[in-house]
Write a protein that binds this ligand. Structure first.
Ligand code: SF4
Ligand code: SF4
Length: 171
């Protein structure tokens, strides 16, 4: 296990701890719940566009065959706050690394996360560019922009929420 992977494991542990300590409080906070619902709606719209245009199927095939193009450094760039947001959205953080040469979050059916980085959502390999064409790619990118904005709003509000609840024992 190298240092980058150890750091990712620490970020995952922090996210799980935040969920354990604050998950119930977040569920009872109307502003946060509104933002969670907004992000869920946006991820569903993006997922439906990806499924309807053939992206999801092409990427799932890749994932089963090779672990996809999702490289490990991408997974290692996720921090505790975005992983915490994923847990609030109902994502399951993998317990094992299915494809050790790829991103930690890629599973047999593709990405296990629900709220993802811009790069994860905006990358189209040459095969996808052929399948989709320019107009469809622009339509997906517009929708991805809405999802990223909703994700940013949730993470910003979560950061404020966590700071307001910090104690000397749990800074
Ligand atoms: S973007 Fe292209 S290379 Fe990457 S998983 Fe999807 S189909 Fe495969
Ligand atoms: S889409 Fe998911 S599996 Fe792929 S690099 Fe991003 S986080 Fe990893």
């Amino acid at each position: 296990m190298d240092e980058a992977f150890r750091e990712l494991k620490r970020e995952i542990e922090r996210a799980l701890l935040l969920m354990e300590r604050l998950g119930a409080a977040c569920a009872g906070a109307p502003e946060l719940q509104g933002l969670v619902r907004k992000l869920v709606r946006q991820t569903e719209r993006t997922d439906s566009l990806m499924a309807g245009s053939g992206v999801a199927e092409a990427c799932a095939k890749c994932a089963r065959a090779t672990g996809s193009c999702c490289f490990r450094e991408m997974g290692e760039s996720y921090g505790a706050m975005q992983l915490f947001a994923n847990l609030l959205l109902g994502a399951e953080i993998p317990r094992s690394w299915d494809f050790p040469k790829s991103c930690y979050f890629v599973g047999k059916n593709g990405c296990e996360l629900k709220s993802r980085h811009s790069f994860c959502l905006n990358y189209f390999c040459p095969q996808l560019i052929d399948i989709l064409g320019e107009e469809k790619i622009l339509e997906i990118q517009r929708q991805v922009g809405e999802q990223l904005l909703a994700g940013w709003e949730l993470e910003r509000t979560l950061t404020r929420f966590i700071t307001s609840r910090a104690t000397p024992e749990h800074p």
